[in-house]
Design a protein around this ligand. Structure first.
Ligand SMILES: Nc1ncnc2c1ncn2[C@@H]1O[C@H](COP(=O)(O)OP(=O)(O)OP(=O)(O)O)[C@@H](O)[C@H]1O
Ligand SMILES: [Mg+2]
Length: 418
């Protein structure tokens, strides 16, 4: 091989080497650039991750609810300040301790059951009590979910817990309030029953007294009085005594069950029975009583004695309102009708003094009376009775006569088909 050949070969090799090195250099430079880019991308990613982590940490740290991670055994793996504050501590003091050192004895089994469920992959909610080392009791509500690692394995219980002590206390307050209300209601019922008896028994007792008075007078002047007449009066007294007994029984049953004693009743005949009781009083006060009773009224499901007491109270109010009227000008009109709303309506209208300025509703207030001898219980008792029968009772001013109309309705008794 000649020198020239060697030289040209060497030249070629040199050229090739330099070409190779230029190419490698170029490759090296471009892969260096790529590396740089990759590093930049990673740094950016790490920064983003860090930012995200800071962001999450900030949220958890400032979250007003307790956020904690627990192991299966109940060790506190991590907790935020709000959580630690629930037991008056700092997060560092709580990490690594066992949750069961603060969970109230009676709730520990429930808490363990919840933890087991979470480690089986379920989530759950539990209300429980804790006692802080300083002895402060709190009610908490925790929402627990499984916390998984990248492989999907459950590594902790993630619990978001809130203090519900205030709500529990107010629930307790409401419960106490209801209990107290029920107690007061029972007292009111007893009180109302006593008042009702006192009010309703007044009439038959007065009647009995006056019948007995007549009998005594007759006995004193026995001559000229037929035995039949005395027997008749004694019979009336006995009927009133019987009525008083019925009232006591019925009011007692009404107060205890509000149900018994109701049977399909004809309102017209209840009215006619009552009218015979108060006719003497009406006549004595110069009041004429008119009845406009609808034919073929349907029956109502009613306690006859109690509905009669209502009618009696309203008629007596009407008669009393006409006390100041000139002789024989008092008119009491009692009507019945069936309404479109499938009720039987009874009205008792007078042309008396009219309602007091306090208005119609005030008249229903227990013990409200404008009468010297009044108890102020007649309307309130009557409304309770009508309401217990599913009806309503109200008073209306009658602009035409200047008097008052009392109006009550009772649902028609509809027999069950078949
Ligand atoms: N028809 C009426 N006309 C005018 N005022 C009436 C009428 N009915 C009731 N009031 C008014 O309503 C008040 C309360 O009536 P309510 O029947 O409850 O008690 P009271 O009649 O005063 O006493 P009682 O307990 O003996 O019935 C009456 O005192 C009276 O002022
Ligand atoms: Mg009255």
């Amino acid at each position: 091989m000649s020198i020239t050949t060697i030289a040209s070969a060497a030249m070629l090799i040199a050229v090739m080497i330099s070409l190779y090195s230029i190419r490698s250099n170029f490759r090296l430079r471009s892969s260096g650039n790529m590396l740089q880019l990759e590093v930049g991308r990673r740094i950016q990613l790490e920064q983003q991750l860090l930012e995200k982590q800071n962001y999450l940490t900030a949220i958890i740290q400032t979250e007003p609810e307790c956020v904690k991670l627990l192991s299966r055994e109940g060790l506190v793996l991590d907790i935020n300040p709000a959580g630690a504050a629930l037991i008056d501590a700092e997060p560092a003091q709580v990490r690594g301790t066992c949750i069961y050192s603060v969970v109230a004895q009676q709730d520990q089994a429930h808490y363990r059951a919840l933890t087991e469920r979470v480690f089986r992959g379920e989530s759950g909610i539990l209300e429980f009590q804790i006692e802080s080392p300083k002895g402060r009791m709190r009610w908490l509500e925790t929402h627990a979910v499984p916390m998984r690692n990248a492989a999907g394995t459950i590594i902790a219980l993630l619990g978001i817990t809130r203090d519900i002590t205030a709500r529990k206390n107010s629930d307790e307050e409401v419960r106490r309030h209801h209990f107290e209300l029920a107690r007061v209601c029972r007292l009111v019922t007893v009180n109302e029953m006593a008042m009702t008896l006192a009010h309703e028994l007044n009439q038959p007792l007065c009647a009995i007294t006056s019948y007995m008075e007549s009998l005594r007078n007759m006995a004193r002047e026995a001559e000229g009085t037929s035995h039949e007449r005395m027997g008749e009066i004694a019979g009336k007294a006995a009927a009133q005594a019987e009525r008083a007994g019925q009232i006591i029984r019925r009011v007692r049953e009404f107060a205890s069950t509000q149900e018994s004693g109701k049977l399909p009743s004809h309102v017209n005949s209840l009215i006619q029975d009552v009218i015979s009781i108060c006719m003497a009083e009406a006549r004595q006060r110069g009041v004429s009583v008119l009845l406009h009773l609808a034919d073929e009224l349907p029956t109502v499901l009613a306690d006859p004695i109690l509905i009669q007491q209502v009618i009696l109270n309203l008629i007596r109010n009407g008669i009393e309102a006409m006390e100041e009227l000139p002789d024989e000008s008092g008119r009491l009109l009692v009507t019945t009708r069936r309404t479109d709303a499938d009720t039987v309506e009874v009205t008792i209208a007078d042309n008396g003094c009219g309602l007091p300025d306090a208005g119609t509703e005030r008249a229903f207030t227990p013990f409200y009376t404008t009468k010297p001898q009044g108890m102020g219980m007649g309307l309130s008792i009557s409304r309770s009775i009508i309401k217990a029968h599913g009806g309503n009772l109200r008073l209306e001013a009658d602009s035409h006569s200047g008097g008052t109309t009392a109006r009550f309705s009772l649902p028609v008794f509809l027999e069950e088909p078949g």
